[in-house]
Design a protein around this ligand. Structure first.
Ligand SMILES: [Zn+2]
Ligand SMILES: [Zn+2]
Length: 433
């Protein structure tokens, strides 16, 4: 798409992609059609901005990509505020990465959420913002305490994803970009990193089933018999496989997983295609690792997923949260899905970008004085401005000793350029426009 020009200034960027983890950043980086900072940063940042930016093009959009240094609401909010101060033209911020899904969140059989599915935020709920009284936690739930709705532009975009045709298109294109991302990764020696882990790895344990040492052990896991009993630290960090978590305690799954199993048996690559769900996302400073709390909060707030950065970004920038489901926000531990879920979210991001309609910008171009200097040679600087009715490409500008004019303008078009020469530029030289 050669028609996309590299932005000449920070204000020309309209889209920022924010990731909380390097594995999320890696997946998004495989979407880029080109990078604009291969030879270093060209855009700078405003004073006080501590973010690092990767710049480039995805499809027809110039995008910024930034990785949060730390997780959680406060860090995400301060990074988003920095983005706003450096890049004033940013419209939507797209927070892209992984989350914990609520498996049976929505009513109706069609709404089962599987690992690898993508969640798009209609709203973000700060479920952990409130008062902890001795008898119970009371969430602050007034109008001022809650995060606002997305702006109209984002709302209008999201509402199209809730129509049958809009959702079908989004899912179809997400599946397409997922395959493209996987191929790009394979081409850059990351073969297999974003492969679909398979339905056999999509394990939803019963809420009360504990993730602990199930084999004979000397640790406190031995006395863990109810959801209130502690488990040892080693168990928390170990995988279900290492602990011996037993598949007989898996929840029976509904139609969608069965359909995927069928596709897998037919060796169809459609098995990996994620379903996209649009709904409310719970955002808090703690990672949700409890099936009981997950289900209780999901019922109370109507949320379908849990993550940690959305609330911070949401407060500072118009934002869409796009997250791939890598676990079920319970105590079980299976890291197999993280890369794949990051890839499905990145693929959905690309599909959303495709539907996002760019807004006409009114360019209030401020010409940096240094841009007026056409020739710099040693301590000598030669500036020039040509104004004319009939100036075209191919015309030549003669370097003269006249210093009275400045840069080159014709009916709102600006032609800037600097020639740097070691010692061979003299008055009388010509250069082509
Ligand atoms: Zn243990
Ligand atoms: Zn387990």
């Amino acid at each position: 798409m050669a028609s996309v020009k590299k932005p000449s200034q920070r204000e020309d960027f309209e889209i920022v992609i924010i990731c909380g983890l390097s594995l999320e950043f890696n997946a998004v980086s495989f979407l880029f059609d080109e990078f604009w900072d291969e030879d270093g940063d060209h855009y700078g940042r405003s004073s006080g901005d501590v973010n690092h930016y990767t710049t480039g093009r995805i499809g027809r959009y110039s995008v910024l990509l930034t990785l949060l240094a730390h997780m959680g609401k406060t860090h995400a909010a301060s990074a988003a505020a920095c983005i706003r101060s450096s890049y004033g033209g940013i419209r939507p911020a797209l927070l892209v990465g992984i989350c914990g899904g609520v498996p049976h969140a929505a009513s109706g059989e069609d709404d089962e959420i599987l690992l690898g599915d993508v969640i798009i935020s209609k709203t973000v709920v700060q479920y952990d913002f409130g008062r902890l009284n001795p008898h119970k936690f009371i969430r602050m739930n007034t109008f001022e305490d809650n995060l606002g709705r997305p702006n109209k532009d984002i709302r209008n975009l999201l509402v199209t994803f809730e129509t049958d045709i809009g959702l079908e298109r989004l899912q179809r294109r997400t599946a397409y970009f997922l395959k493209q991302l996987q191929a790009n990764a394979a081409g850059r020696k990351r073969q297999g990193r974003y492969s679909y882990p398979g339905t056999a790895e999509d394990k939803l344990f019963k809420p009360a089933y504990r993730h602990k040492h199930h084999m004979p052990c000397a640790c406190i896991c031995r006395d863990c018999n109810s959801i209130f009993d502690p488990v040892c630290d080693e168990a928390v960090d170990s995988s279900c496989k290492d602990l011996g978590c037993d598949n007989i305690y898996l929840e029976p799954r509904r139609r969608q997983l069965e359909e995927k199993r069928q596709l897998e048996q037919e060796k169809s690559d459609k098995a990996q295609e994620p379903t996209v769900h649009v709904g409310s996302i719970a955002s808090g400073d703690m990672a949700m690792k409890s099936a009981e709390d997950r289900d209780r909060i999901a019922r109370r707030e109507g949320v379908i997923a849990f993550e940690m950065d959305g609330a911070g970004v949401w407060e500072e920038l118009p934002c869409i949260v796009i997250k791939g489901v890598c676990d079920y926000a319970d105590c079980q531990n299976n890291n197999r899905w993280q890369n794949f879920a990051a890839a499905t979210a990145a693929a959905a991001l690309n599909a959303i970008l495709e539907r996002y309609i760019q807004t006409d910008r009114i360019h209030k171009r401020v010409v940096d004085p240094s841009e007026r200097e056409l020739i710099i040679q040693g301590a000598s600087r030669y500036s020039s401005e040509v104004r004319g009715e009939d100036v075209r490409q191919g015309n030549e500008l003669q370097v003269s000793s006249s210093q009275s004019s400045r840069h080159y303008a014709q009916e709102g078009s600006y032609f800037g350029g600097i020639i740097r020469a070691a010692g061979s530029v003299v008055q009388g030289n010509k250069f082509s426009i």
